[in-house]
Design a protein around this ligand. Structure first.
Ligand SMILES: C[S@@+](CC[C@H](N)C(=O)[O-])C[C@H]1O[C@@H](n2cnc3c(N)ncnc32)[C@H](O)[C@@H]1O
Length: 438
């Protein structure tokens, strides 16, 4: 028997199989993987230095049975340790088993941002029906369901993995969660199929952007720090016509690419980056992975050092990644249409909550709320730049300022300091709540 196998067997002694967790017990899963990887007891020698590192992570995990060293809130908690053992827990494990594991060890796949404020302004009680337009890992939906036993949630998300999590929540809260898979722009069709009419919903919540699950999974291609295929499609393979970020970079015209990086990423080196990406197609190779894109942008920007809002160093490619992600997922058009739908489906007195993460998102929301809308689209120009000298028509001005919304607070609300400390991903959140007036 190989030394590796013996070592792992000793580790497993600390990790008893729990028969009550049929099909989702970590100890059992580990034993099966171990047999497959090390070839069972007959194998003589296995020389794999990577396994040593993974052994260490598994040992930490096994020693943490009482959750003392790695409490679930900490970043290096149980799930992080599991992720350091790719031989034992391949990606498929995280999609199939982790959602159950999450329930057991209390670890969250995504920490909901400004959840207390959401409950305070949404007031989910007394048989209310709420649409969570961005279910994600269901953090907000769970808080809403726990707030009142009679409230119901229609849980929408375009990501098939989020839909799977919503299905699990449906089992946990029978008759109270209604999962739907689709984008905001598919919602009217989906609600018609469910026979839900317009002007009938009590509350609508948008928590825009990507979830931590999407960022943390290197195979999704959203993350700069984890190498993976440059994909970035929130819908995964659900929409066959939707190109991946790599496919876009392989074909797009240089000037169009520069515009995308400039406007969606607010990147000052947009032209240089676009030129480098297009040049790479011919001189080196097509950009196909996140690492390749991050390195290329880094080289193009001459190793420039940038800081984020918390004064932590941030990668120079962050803005380019954001721009591509927005483009691949048509995010801004989706947000605009989502706001139109919110007005259409909320009943009078219904409540709207939006949580945005950058100014492009927040501007669209704000212009809908103040009525700065032209043909159902947020006006690209702020009202303060609309000169009264150029417009003498009172009806036109009144029309432009007419709004169906009353914002429920004076200034935009931002996360408390403690929340930002606990969950740095909340640092750029902006929260708005409004009532539908007519
Ligand atoms: C920030 S996460 C939401 C997290 C969630 N509130 C929670 O507490 O777990 C945003 C989610 O919205 C989804 N999403 C983004 N744009 C969407 C769209 N146009 N239609 C449907 N879902 C969308 C993403 O797939 C992602 O899962």
């Amino acid at each position: 028997m190989s030394n590796h196998y013996k070592k792992f067997l000793r580790l497993l002694e600390k990790w008893p199989v729990d028969k009550t967790k049929q099909g989702r017990d970590l100890g059992q899963h580990l034993r099966t993987s171990l047999e497959q990887i090390l070839g069972g007891k007959n194998i003589v020698a296995v020389n794999n230095p990577k396994l040593d590192k993974q052994f260490q992570s598994l040992e930490n995990l096994a020693n943490n049975i009482y959750q003392q060293k790695y409490p679930p809130k900490r970043k290096n908690s149980r799930t992080m340790l599991l992720r350091r053992c790719p031989s034992f827990f391949p990606q498929r494990y995280f999609s199939n088993v982790l959602p159950n594991l999450q329930k057991e060890c209390g670890k969250k796949l995504h920490v909901p941002v400004m959840a207390n404020e959401t409950i305070e302004y949404l007031k989910p009680n007394d048989n209310r029906v709420i649409i969570d337009m961005t279910f994600g890992a269901g953090g907000h939906t769970r808080r809403i369901l726990e707030e009142s036993k009679t409230v119901k949630v229609i849980a929408l998300d375009r990501d098939p993995f989020a839909y799977k999590l919503a299905k699990q929540m449906e089992e946990e809260f029978p008759g109270r969660v209604f999962p739907i898979l689709g984008r905001f722009s598919e919602l009217p069709t989906l609600l018609t199929q469910m026979r839900i009419p317009q002007n009938s919903i009590d509350g609508i919540l948008f928590d825009f952007g990507c979830s931590s699950m999407q960022f943390d999974d290197h195979e999704r291609g959203f993350s700069i720090s984890k190498d993976g295929p440059l994909d970035m499609r929130m819908d995964r393979d659900r929409c066959p016509d939707q190109p991946t970020a790599a496919q876009i970079l392989a074909k797009i015209d240089e000037r169009d690419l520069a515009k995308i990086i400039k406007y969606y990423g607010d990147e000052k080196h947009a032209k240089k980056i676009a030129r480098a990406i297009v040049d790479a197609r011919y001189s080196v190779k097509r950009i196909e992975t996140t690492r390749e894109l991050a390195d290329l942008v880094h080289a193009t920007c001459g190793g420039e050092v940038r800081m984020d809002k918390l004064n932590r160093s941030s990668h120079v490619a962050t803005k380019t990644f954001q721009a591509l992600r927005i483009f691949v997922n048509n995010e801004l058009n989706e947000i605009n249409y989502g706001m139109v739908l919110a007005e259409r489906y909320l009943k009078i007195g219904g409540r709207l909550i939006t949580i945005t993460f950058h100014s492009l998102e927040d501007t669209i929301v704000k212009r809908h709320l103040v009525g700065n809308i032209i043909d159902d689209m947020a006006n690209p120009m702020s009202l303060k730049f609309t000169s009264h000298m150029l417009c003498h028509d009172k009806a036109q001005i009144d029309n432009l300022l007419d709004t169906n919304w009353q914002q429920l607070h004076k200034h935009v609300i931002v996360p408390r300091f403690e929340e930002i400390e606990d969950n740095p991903r909340s640092r750029s959140a902006k929260f708005r709540a409004a009532l539908k007036l007519k």
